[in-house]
Structures are given as C-alpha cells and as structure tokens.
Design a protein around this ligand. Structure first.
Ligand code: NAD
Length: 477
C-alpha cells in the first residue's frame, strides 16, 4: 500500500509523549504514513506569532490535507488567537465528530450503555464572530445558518451513521423559538433523512434533548446539531461517558481534515510518562479510517479495546479491583502494540468503512424573491414608545407605511403588547405592497429618516421567497 502523506504536530505539555505513543501503535499496526512534522503552539506563540502556527506549517497542511495534532498550550495573557479556531476556519473543517463511549465495566462510568457520537456543525451559527454594539444599551451577535452548510453537516451525519453501522440519527435544535434559522436546520434534516430510510431519525428540542442526554444517553446513537449546542453538549457527553483522557475527535472538511484528542495539554502531567495516550490514539484511528486505511484503523481500535479489557490502565482510569496493572504512557502503548491482531472479548469490536465523497450542496434557487418592506433600527432615548410612534409614522412615504415599532422583539407601538421593559434601540417595520417595493422606495424612506433627525443604526430587508415570508413577525404583532 502506498504511504499517505500526513502532517503531525507534537504539541505542548503531554503532547509529545502521547504523540510518540500514538505513532508507535499506528506503525506497529501497519499504518502506511509519510509524516511531515511541524511545530505549533506555545513556542510559536512566544516567538511573537499570534496565531501559533508558521506559514511553512500551513503550507504543509495545504499539501498533505491531513493533520494529526497533539494538544497545545495557549500562553496566558491576551492577544493569542485560538489555533483550533484558526485551523478550523482556514481549512473549512465543517464537521466536528466526537464519539463519546462508556467502557463499562473496565472503566468507571455513570452511564454503562453510553455510545453516542456527537456531530457538531463547526463553521456557522453564532461562531461567525459577527458582533456589534448597536447603541449604549444593546449588543448583537449574528447567528447564521445556511441551507448548504446544514445539508453538508446533516448528510455527513447520516453517511457517518451508515459507514459505522449506527441505527439512528437525532437532530437537536431550538426551532420552537428560532423558527427561521434553527427551523431551516430541522427542515433540511427532515429532507435529508428521507434519503436514508434504513436509518431511524428523530428531532428533539435542544433543552429537553440535552437533559435526556445527560440523564439517559443510552437512547441516543448519532446526534447532529448546530455549532453552539454542539460545542456545549459534546463536552457534556464526553465528560459523562468517563475520562476526558479517552476521547478523540475529528474535524472534517471537503478538502482537509484534522484529528486530535479532546483534552488539553495537561501541563502538570507533562514529562512524567503518566498521560493516557488514548484520546489522541482514537483521533489517529479516525484519521486512518478517513484516509482509507480502514483495516489498520480497525486493528488499532480493537487492540486498544483489548488492552482496556486486560486491565492495563494509566493512572487516570486506574481503579483498584478493576484494573490489573498501573502503567505509564510508554508501557500502555507497548501493551496496545502487542495486542494488535487481537479482538476484545467483552466490548463490542469495531468495524470501519470509508465514507464516500459527499456531493457539494447546490446553491438554493427561488423563482421569485420579492421585497415587501424594511426594518429600520434607530437609537432613541427621548421618551416613551407612544411618544416615538407618531414621529416614526410621520416618516412613512407614499409606498412604505409604518406597521409597528418593536423593542427587543416585542411590539411597543401601536398598542403595546403588555408593558414591556424597553432598551434604547427601536425596530421600525415599514411595509408596502408585495412586488411593488423598489430600492428607490427604500432609499426614499432612509432619506426621510435622516431628514427627520433619526440616525439609522441598522436595517434589514423584508422579503418573500416564492411566496413564503422570509422574516419573523414581531412578538404581539
Ligand atoms: P486539560 O484537558 O489539559 O486537563 C484537564 C484535566 O484532565 C487535568 O487534570 C489533566 O491532568 C487531565 N488530563 C487531560 N488529559 C489527560 C490525559 N491524556 N491523561 C491523563 N490525564 C489527563 O485541560 P486544562 O488543564 O484546562 O488545559 C491545559 C492547557 O491545554 C491550556 O493551555 C489549554 O489552553 C490547553 N487546551 C488545549 C486544547 C487543544 O489543543 N485541543 C484543548 C483544551 C485545552
């Protein structure tokens, strides 16, 4: 078999020890790797590079397209950019995959039957980093969910389930509140689920889904979710499965992929031959499956399961009465390497299949996109909503009339909905006749605002897409 080029970073803290252990096991199992080594992390940051990675290392990643990364230490103090976020964005790694598995009775766990894979969307949602202070009182972060980004991640989740013999894919969203953004995620999930009739599918509202996951994780198999929920719940799931030292993760893009342990560089344990290399090793196993060396991936994973069963454990999972031998990083790696070719007797052996190349989602198309109006946001502190209302209504033009003013989403004029507490930012919704609103009409309204002495702090167009409203109604409208 031809060797596959990969880029390897040994990282900081326990990184070099667990990477050496991981590479030793992968090689013992027959992995065919052509390794380019790069330096990332603390030393690079402290040389004055705020992103923690040199251009020559980025070139290596662009060349090999596959990155096996040990944890790094981000130095204390400001100004250092997260290397993980940089890598994710730079390489378009849209899927974060985290298997969270309990290894009862060999490793202590509160959830014996847990075997959940979290598939987190990695690029969109609130992580676009588009934030504003809009007024003295109001800040805003934009939550972006695209149809194509959702298609990509949901299809990945189903293909992952199919390749790994999993039975069910669950989707978590909060679409009862965010009907348009999370609503799209849920809708696309339902559409794509139909293409996989052999795999069960279901949707949970994220709050009750999260509670169920923390309480009874055994009912879930693969869970796919938008970025923020996935960020939080993948940590919860990994934590409740057992030791943080045991979980690996992959970050997958259309061209590039990165594999790592979920834990950090554990600096207090560094240099003592203590750390558990399992998280990085399982990241390495996911890498082998990704580059098509599925049989080697299987051999390594099964040898590792057998070693857990043998009771050969590092300090973090060692338990008197269950474990048989407390070993260091190197000895653990030797034990796994010696078990290559063996299958576990009690834990379920794993089988890997390569995922197919996924189709690039098409840009969505609508025959008719029509504007009906615009929301104009202004900053105003000179009085109450009932004083502001007539002034804003007077700014309306022949084509665009005031429909309502809302504050923090709730209608305050005309006829306030209840007695809401208000901030200093007001959203003024103007509408005309669908299909009869032009850019000149919008401009005339902006001009009317400026002439009326109101500074526009932002505006949003109100559109219909093939007859479907593309914006939410005001609360109380
Ligand atoms: P950590 O994950 O390094 O450590 C948390 C706890 O788990 C510690 O008690 C540690 O001893 C233990 N632990 C972690 N991995 C272990 C292993 N393989 N074997 C045995 N025990 C293990 O988290 P932290 O202490 O919050 O962070 C330390 C450093 O790691 C920080 O600089 C942080 O920025 C960095 N970090 C890096 C990554 C990454 O590179 N992907 C991720 C998280 C944290």
């Amino acid at each position: 078999m031809a060797k596959t080029p990969i880029t390897v970073a040994h990282g900081d803290g326990i990184g070099p020890e667990i990477m050496a252990a991981t590479l030793h096991i992968l090689e013992a199992a027959g992995a065919q790797l052509d390794i380019e080594t790069i330096e990332i992390g603390e030393k690079v940051y402290l040389r004055g590079n705020s992103s923690g990675i040199e251009q020559s290392s980025i070139d290596s990643l662009l060349r090999t397209k596959v990155f096996l990364k040990a944890p790094i230490t981000t130095p204390q103090g400001g100004g250092f950019k997260s290397l993980n976020v940089t890598t994710r964005k730079m390489l378009g790694l849209y899927a974060n995959v985290r298997p969270c598995v309990a290894y009862h009775p060999f490793v202590q766990t509160k959830h014996q039957g847990m075997d959940v894979v979290i598939v987190r969307e990695n690029e969109e949602d609130l992580y676009a980093g588009i934030e504003y202070q809009l007024s003295a009182d109001v800040t805003q972060s934009l939550k972006l969910i695209t149809r194509r980004g959702t298609e990509r991640i949901v299809r990945y989740a189903f293909e992952y389930a199919k390749a790994n013999g999993r039975k069910k894919v669950t989707c978590f969203t909060k679409d009862n509140i965010m009907k348009i953004s999370d609503g799209l995620f849920h809708k696309v999930f339902d559409e794509i689920a139909k293409e996989y009739p052999e795999i069960e599918n279901e949707h949970w509202i994220v709050d009750i889904g999260a509670a169920k996951l923390a309480d009874t994780p055994g009912v879930f198999d693969v869970i796919v979710m938008p970025n923020l929920y996935g960020d939080i719940l993948s940590d919860v799931a990994a934590q409740i499965a057992g030791s943080v030292g045991l979980a690996g993760s992959s970050n997958i893009g259309t061209k590039y992929a990165m594999f790592e342990a979920i834990h950090g560089s554990a600096p207090r344990r560094a240099g003592q031959n203590l750390a558990n290399p399992s998280g990085l090793l399982l990241g390495g196993v996911m890498m082998l499956a990704h580059i098509g060396q599925t049989e080697v991936a299987q051999r390594v994973h099964n040898a590792w399961l057998k070693t857990l069963e043998d009771g050969v454990h590092t300090y973090d999972i060692f338990k008197e009465g269950v474990s048989k031998q407390k070993v260091g990083t190197k000895e653990f790696a030797d034990a796994v390497a010696a078990n290559v070719g063996k299958l576990p007797e009690f834990l379920k052996p794993v089988q890997y299949k390569e995922l197919p190349v996924l189709p690039e989602p098409k840009m969505p198309h609508y025959d008719k996109i029509e504007q009906i109006g615009v929301d104009i946001f202004v900053n105003w502190t000179a009085g109450t909503a009932s004083q502001l209302g007539p002034q804003i209504a007077a700014l309306g033009t022949d084509k665009l009339k005031l429909i309502f003013i809302s504050n923090r989403g709730t209608k305050v004029y005309p006829n306030a909905f209840g007695d809401p507490v208000t901030a200093d930012q007001w959203r003024c919704r103007f509408e005309g006749t669908l299909g009869d609103v032009t850019q000149e009409d919008i401009l005339a309204l902006y001009t009317s605002f400026v002439k009326g002495g109101f500074a526009i702090i932002k505006s949003e167009g109100l559109f219909f897409y093939d007859g479907q409203r593309g914006y939410s109604l005001g609360q109380g409208q």
